[in-house]
Write a protein that binds this ligand. Structure first.
Ligand code: ADP
Ligand code: MG
Length: 589
């Protein structure tokens, strides 16, 4: 059957001209890939017309019926039908104008394409004209025209999209998925044009109602809520003729998809993998692999350094030279991220601390930030959760002390002003040890903690060679080793901040970690891998019980590091839960 069909396809070899109707539907299919593209084109037209307010109304589903109304310049009555003709545009006159495009549209293809594959009604009125006029089109053919009533501006109604291309109808996504994508598109253009008011109504229900906003942050507040918008980090930088403005989500707002990223180039909403990559680089190891920052980037660049005519739906653009754009995004976005510090600190408690707590506090400039933990009544003696190794006997019962709670021996719950932080004990300790290791590797050599009984360890061949290679660095980290001859080493002293008991095992894990660090690239400094591996293997593990003092020290130290939000692999170290959020969930206003 299939073979017969394919064979038949080969028979019709002579070249024939497609009927104009067929040709225009094929062309339309490129511009209008899916219902969302039709809506996007119409919203772009409204913005190009200088609209101050745009309203989208959907009737059931986009492919069933929707309309876009604006209060822009309008189209003069004599030009109404011209607007529906292919390659008719008011936006460019000649090829060279493509270098100067500042409008979103320029090809004169959208209206005719939509008209070719739907039942469309275009109603418009300019500021000067007495009344409005309309033209109705079905599958590209005009079926009615005449006078209409409306204020200055344009309304385009689109019904039964793809009614005459059954093949396309079969491949449409779900109506709900398409609506969700439509809301996201309007959000993106809402961010590109904060000064424009937007409304989006589905079956009479308002999904979006944003008044004109004074700033991008205000619009972000309308979209995501004022509290979230207030936390976004701001970037403003201009160099090499590229201007960048950005609102960056905090590392803990990172997502598993790129959905949270909006790239606007000369106010055009685009996809650009290079920008996504540069943004990701700016977050560095604040994020784990597989997590994508949420951010909105506004990039302004001279139109002659940008090719907007590379994709039928104009979703992609090409820079004459990527590098200045890439470097400004990577560089400028990294600045506020590097300065991130938590808005809360931990109060040093009055209870005696274990040796371990002292040891993790030795990095200069890492005093407690004087943060205040909420105080709750002391737990009853014996009822203190997570009282483990290292806790002074009776510490938990020794009077009022900041309440900590270890959850599943993995997370530390700590009340802070305005909410709660949940810290991943392993990730947090890794961040602390990583910074400690980096400092030592860069200069201030650690003093080894001498073992009372030196440990004799048999390494593998590779591990032994690594010790030869990394010898000086290991010493900087705080190892005191002597070589007994392949494959045996003697450990005389260990880095003081490790909590691991078995020195030989720690050394072996550390060396293995350096050789199989998956994120290792040839350009990386070996000390980076050593620091990461050390942090990973010397850190407290999930499943280890901790005393309250240990927990408090850990949290305190975490927030004394330069980048407390992520471990060295970029995994999140803590999550913050706002009291407001809890109140909201429990229905307290
Ligand atoms: P393009 O946007 O590429 O010029 P379109 O097919 O989308 O092509 O639109 C054709 C022309 O119709 C535009 O150049 C513009 O002059 C006019 N037009 C379309 N929509 C509107 C609108 N909402 N308000 C005013 N003019 C419009
Ligand atoms: Mg257009």
């Amino acid at each position: 059957m299939l073979a017969a069909m394919l064979e038949e396809a080969h028979v019709t070899r002579t070249i024939r001209r497609l009927a104009p109707d067929t040709a225009s539907r094929i062309a339309a299919g490129e511009v209008i890939e899916r219902p969302l593209s039709a809506l996007k084109e119409l919203v772009e037209n409204a913005l190009d017309a200088g609209a101050r307010a745009i309203e989208v109304r959907v009737d059931g589903a986009l492919d069933h019926g929707f309309q876009v109304a604006d209060d822009g310049t309008g189209i003069a009555a004599p030009e109404l039908e011209l607007a529906l003709e292919r390659h008719a545009t008011s936006k460019i006159g000649e090829l060279a104008d493509l270098d100067r495009v500042t409008t979103l549209g320029f090809r004169g293809e959208a209206l005719p394409s939509i008209a070719a594959v739907s039942r469309l009604r275009l109603t418009s009125r300019t500021g000067e004209s007495e009344g409005a006029t309309f033209v109705a089109v079905e599958g590209g053919a005009v079926i009615a025209r005449g006078a209409a009533a409306r204020a200055a501006g344009t309304t385009v109604e689109v019904r039964d999209l793809f009614f005459n291309i059954p093949a396309r109808r079969k491949f449409l996504g779900t109506a709900i998925g398409e609506l969700r994508a439509a809301v996201r598109m309007v959000e993106c253009y809402g961010l590109a044009f904060p000064e424009v008011a937007f409304r989006f109504v589905v079956d009479g229900r308002e999904r979006i109602d944003w008044p004109a906003a004074a700033s991008a942050r205000d619009r972000a507040g309308a979209i995501w809520g004022v509290r979230h918008a207030a936390q976004l980090l701001e970037v403003l930088e201009e160099r090499d003729g590229v201007r960048l403005e950005a609102l960056l989500g905090l590392p803990e707002h990172a997502r598993t998809t790129r959905e949270g990223q909006v790239f606007l180039i000369n106010r055009r909403w685009v996809q650009n993998p290079a920008l996504g990559h540069a943004l990701r680089q700016a977050y560095g190891n604040l994020l784990p692999t597989g997590r994508f920052p949420s951010a909105t980037l506004w990039i302004t660049i001279s139109p002659d350094r940008l090719d907007v005519n590379v994709h039928p739906t104009k979703r992609e653009v090409r820079f004459a030279d990527d590098r200045p754009v890439y470097s400004i995004v990577k560089g400028a976005c990294a600045v506020p991220l590097a300065r991130l510090h938590p808005p809360f600190t931990v109060v040093p408690g009055g209870t005696p601390e274990p040796a371990w707590a002292d040891r993790v506090r030795e990095l200069p400039g890492q005093e407690s930030l004087g943060l205040e933990f909420g105080r709750l009544p002391a737990p009853a003696p014996g009822a203190a959760p997570g009282q483990g190794r290292g806790a002074p006997p009776g510490a938990a019962a020794a009077g009022p002390e900041p309440e900590f709670w270890q959850l599943h021996r993995t997370y530390i719950l700590a009340p802070v002003r305005g909410g709660l932080v949940i810290v991943d004990q392993h990730a947090a300790h890794e961040r602390i040890l990583y910074e400690l290791a980096r400092t030592r590797l860069e200069g201030s050599k650690a003093v080894a903690q001498q073992l009372m009984f030196p440990a004799v360890v048999d390494l593998t061949r590779t591990q032994f060679e690594q010790v030869l290679e990394l010898g000086p660095w290991l010493e900087h980290l705080g190892w005191d080793l002597s070589l007994l001859g392949p494959p045996t080493v003697v450990i005389h002293g260990v880095p003081a901040d490790s909590i691991r008991v078995d020195a030989g095992e720690l050394l072996q894990d550390l060396l293995d970690g350096v050789s199989d660090d998956a994120s290792r690239t040839p350009h990386d400094d070996v000390t980076e891998h050593l620091a990461r591996s050390y942090a990973c293997h010397a850190a407290i593990k999930a499943g280890d019980a901790m005393s309250q003092v240990e927990m408090r020290t850990l949290v305190d130290r975490l927030f004394g590091t330069s980048r407390p939000h992520g471990d060295p692999h970029g995994r999140v170290t803590f999550v913050r839960l706002e009291l407001d959020e809890l109140h909201r969930r429990f229905g307290r206003s």
